[in-house]
Design a protein around this ligand. Structure first.
Ligand code: HEM
Length: 413
C-alpha cells in the first residue's frame, strides 16, 4: 500500500497457520490513520497511555471497543482481559444474558406485529434490538425503538462504518495529509465528534446517578473500580430452508420461547444460521493485523511491523473447504445423519489472539433473534416482488450489509 508492504493471507490453511499456530507473531493490530482518528491517538501510536481515554469517556460500545480493537501492547491486554472478565460476570454466554435477549425478542416481535402483514424494512429495527443488548450490558438500560437518541446513534454508526470502507478513506489511509481535502473525511470527523459529545453526556448522567451498591452494567463496574481504562443482517434463507427451520422449531420447541439450551436439539436451525453467517461474510477482510517481530512464514521472511490482512472471505469461500462455496447450502454444517457439525473453516469471527471478543454474545443474539422471529412469523417479499427479485448484492463499506428491502411478516398462528 503506497510505501508500505502488506501481506495478504488467503485460504483456510494459511490464515489458520498465521493466526492460530503463529498467534504471537501475527497478533498485533495495524492501526490505519482513520482508526487512529477513532481513538484520537489513545495508546495506539505511543502505546503508553493509561486506559482512561476516548474509549471510556464515551460509553458507546464502539468507542469502548476502540480501546481494544485499535490498540496494542499492555493497553490492549488489560482492556481485553477486563472486558472479557466483566462480560462473563454479566452473563455473556449464560442464562442472565439469555433472559435479556429473550426480553428484547418480545419487543422485536411486537414491533413486527404492528405492521400487520404490510411490507416494511425490518433491518433497522433489528439493528436497534441488537444495539439494545449492548446497551443493557453497558449500563443496564434499553432504549425504546422510537427514541430519537437511539435512532441517531445507530444511523451515525452505520454512516461511519460505511464511509470507513470508501475509496476516498482508503486513499486517506495511504496519504494521511489528504484528510482535510476529502469530503468523506469531514463527514466522519463530524459524526465522531457528535458521537463523542453524546457519549460524554450519557456518561455524566451515569456518574451522577451512580449507586455503588447497585451495579447497572459494565460502565458502573468501570466507574466503581475507578479502572483506568453492528446483526445482524441475514441473507434471507430460501423458502424451502425456511420451512424446514420452522418445521424443526415447531417439532422441538412448539410455541414456547426458544432457549439457548434448545440449540443442541435444533441441528438444522444451527446449520442455517452458520451457513447464513458464512455466506454473508460480514467482515470480509477481518481487521488488519501487524507482525510483532521478524517472522518466518511458509518459506518467506516477514519483517517486524508488516501489515497483514487475513482475508476471511478466502476462508469462508475456500473451494477446498466448502462443497458449494458461493451458494447457500446448510448441508455444509450437517453430516449424513442430519447432525450439526462444526467446521474449522467457519471463521466469521476470525481466529487466534485478536479473535472477536463478542463471539459468545453475538452467537446468542443471532440464535435467539432468528428463532424467535421465524417461530412467530412467515416472511414474504413486498407485494409485486418475487423471491428471485430480492437482490442479495451487499452494500460494501468496511463491513458488508444487505441493500434496503421490505419484507412482510405475517403471523404463523
Ligand atoms: C456477528 C457479529 C460479529 C462479527 C461477525 C464479528 C467479527 C469480528 C472480527 C472479524 C474481528 C477481527 C478479529 C481479528 O482482528 O482477527 C472482531 C474483533 C472484535 N470484536 Fe467482533 N464481531 C461481531 C460482534 C461483536 C460483538 C457483539 C462485540 C462486543 C461484545 C464484538 C467485539 C469485538 C472486539 C472487542 C474485537 C477486537 C478484538 C481484539 O482486537 O483483541 N464483536 N470481530
Amino acid at each position: 500500500m503506497a510505501h508500505k508492504k502488506v501481506v495478504v493471507l488467503a485460504g483456510y490453511k494459511t490464515v489458520k497457520q498465521a493466526l492460530v499456530n503463529q498467534a504471537e507473531d501475527f497478533g498485533e493490530r495495524e492501526v490505519f490513520p482513520i482508526f487512529h482518528d477513532f481513538n484520537k491517538g489513545n495508546g495506539t501510536r505511543t502505546g503508553q497511555k493509561t486506559l482512561v481515554a476516548t474509549g471510556f469517556c464515551s460509553f458507546l460500545m464502539n468507542l469502548w471497543l476502540s480501546g481494544i480493537l485499535f490498540t496494542n501492547g499492555n493497553q490492549w491486554r488489560e482492556m481485553r482481559r477486563f472486558t472479557l472478565g466483566t462480560l462473563k460476570d454479566f452473563g455473556m454466554g449464560k442464562r442472565i444474558m439469555e433472559e435479556k435477549i429473550v426480553e428484547e425478542c418480545q419487543y422485536l416481535i411486537e414491533e413486527f406485529e404492528q405492521h400487520k402483514g404490510e411490507a416494511f424494512d425490518g433491518a433497522q429495527v433489528i439493528s436497534y434490538a441488537a444495539s439494545n443488548i449492548i446497551s443493557t450490558l453497558m449500563y443496564g438500560k434499553r432504549f425504546d425503538y422510537k427514541d430519537p437518541n437511539l435512532q441517531a446513534m445507530i444511523s451515525r454508526d452505520q454512516e461511519i462504518i460505511y464511509h470507513t470502507g470508501s475509496p476516498s478513506i482508503q486513499m486517506y489511509n495511504i496519504f494521511p495529509w489528504l484528510g482535510p481535502f476529502l469530503k468523506t473525511w469531514w463527514v466522519i470527523m463530524r459524526e465522531l465528534q457528535t458521537r463523542a459529545k453524546h457519549g460524554k453526556r450519557i456518561l455524566t448522567e451515569l456518574k451522577e446517578s451512580l449507586n455503588p451498591g447497585k451495579c447497572r452494567g459494565l460502565v458502573d463496574v468501570f466507574l466503581t473500580h475507578k479502572k483506568d481504562l453492528e446483526v445482524k443482517h441475514f441473507h434471507p434463507p430460501l423458502t424451502a430452508e425456511t420451512h424446514r427451520v420452522q418445521e424443526e422449531l415447531s417439532r422441538v420447541v412448539g410455541n414456547r420461547q426458544v432457549r439457548v439450551e434448545d440449540r443442541k436439539n435444533l441441528p438444522y436451525v444451527e446449520a442455517v444460521i452458520h451457513e447464513t453467517q458464512r455466506l454473508a461474510n460480514v467482515v470480509p477482510m477481518s481487521l488488519p493485523h501487524r507482525t510483532s517481530r521478524d517472522t518466518a512464514f511458509q518459506g518467506y521472511f516477514i519483517g517486524k511491523g508488516t501489515m497483514v490482512i487475513p482475508l476471511l472471505t478466502s476462508v469462508l469461500y475456500d473451494e477446498s473447504e466448502w462443497a458449494t462455496p458461493h451458494t447457500f447450502n446448510p448441508a455444509h454444517f450437517l453430516d449424513d445423519q442430519g447432525r450439526f457439525v462444526r467446521r474449522d473453516a467457519f471463521m466469521p469471527f476470525s481466529a487466534g489472539r485478536r479473535m472477536c471478543l463478542g463471539e459468545g454474545l453475538a452467537r446468542m443474539v443471532l440464535f435467539l433473534f432468528f428463532t424467535s422471529l421465524l417461530q412467530r412469523f412467515h416472511f414474504k417479499p413486498a407485494p409485486g416482488v418475487s423471491e428471485d427479485d430480492l437482490d442479495l448484492t451487499p452494500v460494501v463499506g468496511f463491513t458488508l450489509h444487505p441493500l434496503p428491502h421490505k419484507l412482510r411478516a405475517t403471523d404463523r398462528f
